[in-house]
Design a protein around this ligand. Structure first.
Ligand code: DHB
Length: 368
């Protein structure tokens, strides 16, 4: 058997796949569905100090990509959430703890003072296993993405450090995507100065615009249609960020991959680039919590076919390009990418069930 066991910032996870903060994470009921699934951890919605409604609807749209199950999406939710006290309550934390899983709190304050206040409150809750501080939300009108300003990133982390939180909870930072080599280096140089336990790469590609050519308007309402691009649209940017950050950060800082994971193959690629765990966002939104089980099984299939027993055996081991190797591709005997050729496995299962029902009805008809 292949094991998907991993650790993130010293916290043990039975399965290296869990949810991204955002889709289906706003309520305790939704968090409990993640807890009861195969997900390795339960990560909350990004909390603000007070609850808020977020941006006007429609603020999320998805778009199919190719013939398989993979989708891309755009969102500008504007941090709708129930406020920090909800996500640190006993009932919320139980969504992880009741299922023997780590509960990770995501926070994304509207100001530094709010982030510090939320961190102080979270530090007192024993069953919060770790905190992901989101410094990358692109969807708040008139608020820049903090982690694009390396001076501000350093001063925020200095204040967070002064709070003493680093010794009380494993703390990670959710980063925006970077696109330029000097930016990767500058960001990593700042992060390396602090006892951060993990980084999550990456948030959405901010301020994209999807246009509906027929109606001649944007697909979503807030911010003039500008929103964060996610899902399959961003996998290759996410992989590049995982790879670069793994290379540039101190080895003790884990990298969690997020962006475009909708199959075991996508998860495998993130791990190959250096991720110790992989989050699922858009696909979780589309498919619900059953996606964690499916992706985990697909990843196990790939590992078995390749002869890997643990994810550590291939984590961060992306090879250099070699022409001879490119010409020698593996052929898999089992479906690994949530599809069967171009047919989705869930559709295939329904067709088979229908055929069996028809055959049973015909046999019954003959016998009576
Ligand atoms: C939202 C979007 C993000 O990308 C994020 O990291 C946090 C919040 C939002 O629009 O709600």
């Amino acid at each position: 058997m292949a094991s998907l066991h991993t650790t993130v910032g010293g916290v043990a996870l039975e399965c290296c796949i869990y949810n991204a903060s955002g889709p289906r994470t706003g309520s305790i009921e939704a968090l409990a569905k993640i807890g009861s699934s195969r997900a390795g951890a339960v990560l909350s919605k990004s909390a603000t100090l007070q609850g808020q409604d977020g941006n006007p609807l429609p603020r999320y749209k998805e778009m199919p990509l190719g013939s398989g199950r993979c989708v891309g999406s755009i969102n500008s939710e504007g941090l709708p959430n129930k406020g920090i006290n909800y996500y640190i309550s006993d009932a919320a934390v139980a969504a992880g703890a009741d299922f023997g899983k780590p509960y990770i709190l995501s926070i994304s304050g509207l100001s530094l003072a709010n982030n510090l206040e939320m961190l102080s409150r979270a530090a007192t809750v024993p069953l919060i296993s770790a905190i992901e501080l989101n410094l990358a939300c692109p969807n708040l009108p008139d608020k820049p993405i903090i982690a694009y300003d390396f001076g501000q990133l350093e001063s925020v982390l200095t204040e967070v450090h002064n709070l003493g939180i680093f010794v009380r909870k494993p703390l990670g930072i959710k980063l925006p995507p970077y696109f330029d080599m000097p930016h990767f280096k500058e960001c990593a140089a700042v992060l390396n100065k602090f006892p951060i336990k993990f980084v999550t790469c990456t948030n959405t590609i901010g301020n994209a615009l999807v246009v509906d050519w027929e109606t001649e308007q944007p697909l979503i309402a807030p911010k003039g249609g500008f929103g964060g691009l996610a899902g399959g649209f961003i996998k290759h940017t996410a992989l590049a960020n995982v790879k670069q950050m793994r290379q540039l950060l101190r080895p003790e800082i884990d990298v969690v991959g997020v962006g475009g994971v909708c199959s075991g193959k996508d998860a495998f690629e993130h791990i190959l680039c250096g991720a110790t765990a992989v989050q699922v966002g858009t696909c979780h939104w589309t498919e619900g919590a059953s996606c964690f089980d499916r992706i985990a099984r697909e990843l196990e299939t790939i590992m078995l076919e390749k002869g890997y027993k643990t994810i550590d055996e291939f984590r961060g081991k992306l090879r250099a390009y070699e022409k001879a190797r490119a010409n020698k591709k593996l052929t898999f005997s089992a479906p690994v990418a949530g599809d069967f050729g171009s047919i989705r496995t869930d559709v295939l299962a329904k067709v088979i069930a229908l055929l069996l029902a028809i055959i049973a009805a015909l046999i019954f008809d003959r016998m009576t």
